[in-house]
Design a protein around this ligand. Structure first.
Ligand SMILES: Nc1ncnc2c1ncn2[C@@H]1O[C@H](COP(=O)(O)OP(=O)(O)O)[C@@H](O)[C@H]1O
Ligand SMILES: [Mg+2]
Length: 510
């Protein structure tokens, strides 16, 4: 091959990277334990595994983690090349279902968490092959010496493979990053270890949810417990809004974008609401969910399109599906936890984001009643939002029939009533309400939440009376009340409103 700019007879030296120096860099890619394990599971999935068994075994500084799968495994020579750092060029075309890219994940993910990586693998009709990177040894000899057997005393940790006709076990020992030198009886360290197991479980439930949702596709086990998928879009909740999906085409490839607005918390039960928040909480989990071959790369991010994670947009979640042939355009990083859209798609993504955020804000503010509110002119609300001199404030709707009726009191009482209403308007505890509802939204009562119907009736009767005085018929008065918040929710009670009921109350006659 002829290389431009290099003559055939130029002198050269070999300046290969020093293993002892490189190893520490390979450890510093910034994986956390969840992303590291997800990278290994990618390999299992690419190898056609139907089951992946994770085992976290506590034993102080001898603790170990293993990831075993029933995929097609590797022969000895395949295993050796898989253990090589940079086993395949990122520029090579991959099969469409392949979740790998840089030929590094197995090694860099493992080194980020442990100092000893042993891989045993068996492909159909072959013996079990074993390889081991031992970072302490490697640093000491300063050569890329791949060891060919398990460490003394570690053989039984690979035993499970003996009963399988194909599959792979990845074993991590010397977990210096998340166990360190802890003693076996160190209770706090053990608790941290168990907590880590939970963090990993939640992360995997999210990253691989589309694999776990389909029957017979993939089962993920963690310490013998089956991991349940976590779907960010609450698809089984009726109230989730599915906005129109859009295919965006770029370089002959198609990216599918599907926006969702999740339900207001009043529309789903508490448990579903809490679970839907996700590992990082409602606010952090808004934005785009970028999937590559159905594997989640980015779980809630506005992708540097100029949007913040605002509390009032937290119900917006947008699914984006990429094929693995767009990796370089989307700047997929080695850890597979970042993706950046190509410039050419930014305007479209921004438009979709804006629309979805807008919808989500409406749902967030108006408890899902927004559509009725927009589509009909004659809804009656108690509060108006006003902007004066650039500042927002909330005023009581003086057109509300009950307010109008109150102003029919004798003139000399009027200043008192007006003063009271004004004071209420001036002291709406906006900050407090905002704080309370963002910290514990589920604890915000709805209007007349769990209030006996007689009390709801008391208020309603006064409005009914006011409407009748304003010459509406009984029928019209009842219909009108149904357009007022919050009585849409009390349709049955509204139907009970009648002259008899009012006469029964000790009040001026109509
Ligand atoms: N669990 C596994 N089963 C079968 N083959 C595997 C497994 N893990 C890794 N490999 C092989 O090792 C190679 C290198 O893996 P890795 O370092 O993660 O890079 P990449 O996934 O980007 O190719 C893979 O391409 C695959 O051929
Ligand atoms: Mg990989």
């Amino acid at each position: 091959m002829i290389f431009s700019g290099v003559g055939d007879f130029e002198k050269y030296s070999i300046a290969a990277p020093l293993p002892s120096a490189m190893v520490e860099s390979f450890r510093a890619f910034g994986y956390d334990i969840g992303t590291a394990i997800a990278d290994l599971i990618d390999n299992s999935i690419s190898a056609g595994a139907k089951n992946v068994w994770l085992s976290f075994h506590w034993d102080g500084n001898n603790s170990h983690v293993s990831i075993r799968d029933d995929g097609h495994g590797m022969t000895e020579s395949q295993l050796i090349s898989a253990m090589r750092l940079g086993s395949q060029s990122p520029l090579e075309q991959r099969e469409s279902h392949d979740l790998g890219r840089f030929g590094l994940g197995l090694k860099t993910a493992s080194f980020s968490q442990c100092r000893r990586l042993t891989v045993a693998s068996r492909s159909k009709n072959h013996e079990v092959a074993t390889s081991r990177w031992d970072l302490d040894y490697l640093t000491q000899v300063n050569e890329w010496r791949l060891l060919r057997s398990p460490a003394d005393g570690s053989e039984q940790k690979l035993n499970d493979l003996a009963n399988m006709f194909q599959g792979t076990i990845v074993l991590w020992e010397y977990l210096d990053r998340f166990v360190g030198n802890a003693r076996t009886d160190d209770q706090k360290a053990q608790n941290d270890f168990l907590e880590t197991v939970e963090v990993v479980e939640n992360h995997l439930a999210m990253v691989f949810h589309r694999f776990l949702e389909k029957r017979d596709r993939l089962k993920l086990w963690i310490n013998n417990r089956l991991i349940k998928p976590w779907n960010p879009f609450l698809l089984d909740a009726q109230a989730t809004q599915i906005l129109p999906s859009e295919p965006l085409t770029f370089n002959g490839e198609t990216v599918k974008v599907q926006p969702y607005v999740l339900p207001h918390h009043s529309k789903i039960d508490q448990e579903s609401y809490n679970r839907a928040a996700g590992v990082n909480g409602w606010n952090a989990q808004q934005g785009f969910y970028v999937y590559r071959n159905e594997r989640l790369l980015v779980a809630g991010d506005w992708l540097s399109l100029g949007y913040q994670k605002d509390e009032h947009c937290k119900l917006a979640r947008i699914q984006v599906d990429l094929p693995n042939s767009m990796d370089s355009e989307w700047n997929i990083d080695i850890k597979k936890s970042r993706a950046r859209p190509p410039v050419i798609l930014k305007a479209d993504l921004k438009r979709i984001a804006r629309l979805t955020r807008h919808r989500a804000t409406e749902i967030y503010r108006h408890r899902g009643k927004v559509l009725a509110r927009e589509n009909t002119e004659d809804h009656v609300f108690m509060w108006d939002k006003k902007i004066m001199r650039g500042k927002v404030f909330y005023s009581i709707n003086k057109e509300h029939p009950l307010v109008q009726e109150v102003f029919n009191i004798p003139n000399n009482y009027q200043p008192m009533i007006r003063a009271l209403l004004r004071l209420l308007e001036e002291t709406v505890p906006v900050q407090q309400i905002w704080l309370d509802s963002s910290v514990e939204p589920e604890k915000q009562a709805q209007a007349f939440d769990e209030i006996p119907s007689e009390q709801v009736m008391e208020v309603m009767i006064e409005i009914y009376r006011a409407l009748r005085k304003a010459n509406l018929t009984q029928e019209q008065a009842r219909d009108r009340i149904l357009t007022m918040e919050p009585f849409q929710r009390f349709e049955n009670l509204v139907q009970n409103l009648s002259e008899e009921l009012i006469r029964g109350k000790n009040h001026d006659s109509l």
